[in-house]
Design a protein around this ligand. Structure first.
Ligand code: GLA
Ligand code: ZN
Length: 679
């Protein structure tokens, strides 16, 4: 099926819930006027409309939605239309209790909240099919509808009898016979051997939690079942004749699902970004958010969509901080810089009651255009219109960080080596941030993706080797790539069984070492890295490390730094090994940020990898998008103060004020001819 091209403007808008205002036609009229004033060109409709679209089983009301979509279209505003499965009506739960989720402790939920329905229930699937089909029949040919938003933030899990049955079926399909499963899960341990698939129950606090293989497969099953449910939703739309592209919206660093699996079945990936701006360093928050943007883009290796963000404060964080002047536009351009083709808000009009009445909105309870937020939304809309030529462009990344959900699941559910916290996300973020601060665009990939186009691969805490990653990494280094692997890598196989014969499994010759012991450090306890002689690296004299210290046995690798304290003082802390035409570094402990910054600065200089920009001052984030031979460089200040910066001579400024400095919470975008190879 051919997917129509989105039009040439950035998508600009957000979640709009007119069903809450059907008794206020004056407000609905006013919304259109304000949307146009704000330069909004798209709204997401119908995310939570089910009880208005189908107030009783089999009784449908679509006239109101027709009216709204027609009116939006007449006013030049397009629609991303959602299937309403994210929150089901009361009558459905009442008549069919099987649609309600069961918790891991086997208690069934009452009706309430949202996202609490069973994805396995045939009744729920059937009812969703009915409403999706109706929506499709009503709107598939409407010229305003540009995309279909499938459900909303799929999440969580259900342990009901139907899900248990489906899990057993899934396991049978995976292992074929029970002996295979027993081996994969190592069930002889504590005498837990299963005689048949029928005996298997999902992990529970009142049952089995100690078999990590079971926990891992359960998580895989939850992803598979959610993906299957999403595909069911899409299939119904397609069978009813829907031609427009589909999109699914993801959440920040959500570990309940492996998003890569869902991403395969939709045309666009999108996410809902709610960083805690102004709570701590905004610079750090920007890097953390940037990593999520890059993860979303990397899933499909193409532009993603920013589906939601708050115009000012969200209401569900511990403290609701309003966005300081300039932050709204900076956050919007930040998403664009990292490859988003949209900027969207939650919510367009602030609801009057319910859970989100204090969540910020483009149009607040006051309802006028003379508010700070409305003005900033409008300014951002105008700017996005002037940047239309950037839409659709790619991000060329010389480096990638491997950030793999299955590996994370396995690592975090295991007991040891540090049950108080492994700091995986933080470790990945350090590598990511160091690469970006040294001027490279970065992809955030999983183990299934190709490594071919990168010069540097950061492999922090790659606990589980799967999808042939060891062979891919070997080939990558062989061909001249630079691998930076850390402690706690290559420990288990795909079913969570520890590798025997030395770790990091299958790469000990590439790295020139094997890991022998790993020491967990208590909270507040540290060790240090010291340089070893003239090692060719321009590093500082001392870096702190914490949490985990790997004690390695060298077998060809050259030590570059050593530990400073404990009985392992003098043991290697950073090593490098020549393999093929490349280099394999091994970082033995959870070193501080500065260590990674300096290490990558050395590597990038030594390898002559051209950064997007040289000499990036603290507080500035650089990212670029490329189309043909033009590179668009985004220079963003995430502090309150102006920052002096030298832009390259060839920079042709497309947007922003630059007088040798960039003002607080603002951005400059410039064009230059690219030096990167054309893909
Ligand atoms: C999520 C949901 C929205 C809304 C926002 C509020 O992203 O998708 O429906 O609840 O959070 O921040
Ligand atoms: Zn269920």
């Amino acid at each position: 099926m051919s997917v129509p091209k989105l039009c040439q403007q950035f998508i600009y808008g957000g979640d709009y819930n007119p069903e809450q205002w059907l008794d206020r036609p004056d407000i609905l009229e006013q919304d259109i006027v304000l949307l146009k004033k704000a330069h909004i060109n798209t709204v997401t409709l119908g995310v939570f409309s089910w009880s208005v679209l189908e107030p009783q089983e089999g009784v449908f009301r679509f006239e109101w939605l027709h009216k709204i979509i027609d009116r939006l279209y007449q006013n030049g505003i397009r629609v991303i239309l959602a299937t309403p499965s994210g929150s089901r009506p009361r009558w459905l739960a009442e008549k069919y209790p099987e649609v309600l989720r069961v918790r891991e402790d086997r208690v069934r939920y009452l009706y309430g909240e949202r996202h609490n329905h069973c994805y396995t229930s045939p009744v729920y699937r059937e009812k969703v099919a009915v409403i999706n089909r109706k929506l499709a029949e009503n709107f598939k040919d409407h010229p305003a509808v540009m995309m279909w938003h499938i459900s909303n933030e799929y999440r969580d899990e259900c342990h009901c009898p139907l899900c248990q049955q489906a899990f057993r079926k899934w396991l049978k399909n995976r292992y074929q016979n029970i002996d295979e499963l027993n081996h994969a899960w190592w069930t002889t341990f504590w005498s837990h051997t299963y005689q048949s698939f029928d005996q298997i129950e999902s992990p529970s606090s009142i049952g089995e939690k100690g078999l990590h293989g079971l926990t891992l497969d359960w998580k895989r099953f939850v992803t598979a079942q959610t993906t299957d449910f999403m595909c069911h939703e899409i299939r119904v739309l397609r069978e009813a004749g829907v031609q427009q592209p589909t999109v699914v919206n993801f959440m920040n660093d959500y570990t309940g699902l492996d998003y890569y699996k869902l991403a395969e079945h939709v045309d666009y990936v999108s996410w809902d970004s709610y960083p805690t701006w102004h709570h701590k360093s905004d610079v750090l928050t920007a890097f953390d958010t940037g990593m999520q943007h890059d993860l979303m883009r990397s899933m499909k290796q193409k532009p993603f969509l920013l589906m939601e963000s708050s115009p000012s404060s969200p209401n569900w964080q511990n403290i609701s901080k309003v966005k300081k002047p300039g932050m709204l536009m900076n956050a919007a351009l930040h998403a664009v810089a990292h490859g988003s083709d949209s900027v969207q808000f939650f919510q367009i009009r602030q609801s009057r009651g319910g859970f989100e009445k204090f969540h910020s909105a483009v149009i607040d309870h006051y309802g006028g255009e003379d508010t700070r937020i409305f003005k900033e939304v409008t300014e951002t809309g105008v700017v996005l219109e002037t940047l239309a030529e950037i839409k659709g462009s790619q991000v060329n990344a010389a480096a990638a960080v491997i950030y793999d959900m299955e590996s994370r699941w396995a690592m975090e559910s295991a007991k040891g080596p540090r049950n108080e916290g492994l700091f995986y996300h933080e470790a990945a973020l350090k590598s990511y941030q160091a690469l970006r601060k040294n001027g490279l665009n970065v992809d955030v990939i999983n183990m299934e993706q190709s490594l071919e186009k990168y010069r540097i691969i950061a492999a922090p805490m790659l606990y589980m080797f799967r999808a042939g990653i060891e062979e891919k990494l070997r080939g990558f280094v062989q061909q001249g790539g630079i691998l930076v692997m850390t402690y706690w890598s290559g420990i288990v196989n795909e079913t969570d069984l520890c590798h025997i014969g030395g770790t990091p499994h299958g790469l000990t010759d590439v790295l020139g070492l094997r890991s022998e012991e790993i020491d967990g450090l208590c909270k507040g306890e540290t060790n240090h890295f010291l340089p070893l002689g003239k090692n060719g690296l321009f590093m500082k004299d001392r870096y702190e490390c914490s949490h985990l210290c790997d004690l390695v046995h060298l077998d060809g690798a050259k030590p570059l730094m050593t530990y400073a304290e404990n009985f392992y003082k003098g043991y290697p802390a950073l090593t490098v090994n020549n393999y093929g035409s490349g280099l394999a570094y091994y970082v033995c402990a959870d070193a501080e940020m500065d260590f990674y910054l300096d290490l990558y600065r050395n590597i990038i200089a030594e390898q002559n990898i051209p950064p997007v920009m040289d000499s990036i001052p603290e507080g500035i984030e650089i990212s670029s998008r490329t189309i043909k031979n033009t590179e668009y460089v985004f220079v963003q200040n995430f502090t309150e103060e102006p920052i002096c910066i030298r832009l390259p001579n060839e920079a042709e400024i497309l947007f922003g004020c630059y007088d040798g400095a960039i003002q607080g919470y603002s951005s400059v975008i410039y064009r230059k001819k690219t030096q990167l190879p054309q893909k």
